[in-house]
Design a protein around this ligand. Structure first.
Ligand SMILES: Nc1ncnc2c1ncn2[C@@H]1O[C@H](COP(=O)(O)OP(=O)(O)O)[C@@H](O)[C@H]1O
Ligand SMILES: [Mg+2]
Length: 279
């Protein structure tokens, strides 16, 4: 398995006198993985993400994105085409008067020929379930639809990595679910590597792997089940376990025999239904 991203020994501070915002980060992300970078507000997540597509360039340590050294400025255009970013506020990402123009925007900038551009725009619109909305004004859409437009724009660039920086944090639960389902589909069908950045533990449950960032340091690494079941350890990083895990823990404290491996809400519901039937 090859690595889509490799970060080595990365230290960073915004100004010479300022404290370090990133402290000795080591991180590799294999092709096709969904990695979640989990951390409380101000822990350094967005700063770290900017190193992935050369919006920031290391002065101490190094970052290799899709095989390219981000210190090499001749590669910056290429890197930014391969590493697409979707940000928190859907309204700030809308640049064109219609959905199709918005999806095409990045391709126009990349100088993609017209026929190919049309092909990519319509196939991305279709893949993100936005067919029928091509000529709609993006501002008239729901939050979830707007983020899907942003994702379609990213997908049209045929990236190898999509970085989602709190991309669902302004959405309602339905919008959140709809966007995450689309991301899952892109990962599975296109083998795109996903790096999602969030402070939301429930969103982190879907990832293949989680790293926890606290005060600029990567402090934990593991599968969602390993990381998110340990409320005590999460608290040290100003996070807490997902609701379903907390409920299961509380029930156990009250001598309700819930299985140790209960993790998702669905598993909790199943455990409770079985419990009721057998007791
Ligand atoms: N442009 C900037 N200039 C100076 N300090 C910044 C800048 N952007 C972020 N910071 C500081 O860096 C730290 C990490 O911020 P950030 O990477 O945005 O964290 P997160 O995304 O986890 O909320 C914070 O203390 C923040 O105030
Ligand atoms: Mg941030």
């Amino acid at each position: 398995m090859t690595n889509e991203l490799s970060v080595e020994h990365l230290h960073f501070r915004y100004h010479e006198q300022a404290p370090y915002v990133l402290k000795d980060i080591w991180l590799t992300v294999p092709t096709g993985e969904w990695l979640t970078i989990l951390g409380h507000n101000g822990s350094g997540k967005s700063t770290l993400a900017k190193f992935f597509n050369a919006l920031l360039v290391p002065t101490e340590g190094g970052v290799i994105s899709c095989g390219m050294d981000t210190k090499d400025e001749h590669q910056w255009t290429n890197i930014r085409r391969q590493v697409a970013m979707v940000f928190q506020n859907p309204d700030n990402q809308i640049v064109a008067p219609t959905v199709e123009d918005d999806v095409a925007f990045g391709l126009e900038n990349a100088g993609i020929p017209y026929d190919e551009m049309r092909e990519r725009v319509y196939s991305s619109i279709e893949r993100l379930g936005l067919k029928g909305l091509e000529t709609q004004e993006p501002h008239s859409l729901s939050g979830g639809q707007k983020q899907r437009v942003a994702l379609a724009g990213a997908l049209a660039l045929k990236p190898r990595i999509i970085v989602l920086d709190e991309a669902t944090s302004m959405l309602d639960p339905t919008g959140k679910k709809e966007v995450l389902a689309m991301v899952q589909k892109l990962k599975e069908e296109e083998n795109i590597t996903i790096i999602s950045i969030t402070h939301d533990v429930s969103e982190a449950m879907i990832a293949d792997r989680i790293v926890v960032l606290n005060e600029g340091q990567l402090v934990l690494e593991g599968t969602p089940r390993e990381i998110l079941k340990d409320d005590e350890t999460l608290k040290k990083s100003s996070l807490s376990a997902p609701f379903s895990v907390q409920v299961a823990n509380e029930l156990r404290k009250h001598h309700v025999a819930i299985a140790d491996d209960v993790f998702s809400e669905e598993e909790l519901i199943n455990a409770l239904c079985t419990y009721k039937q057998t007791n």
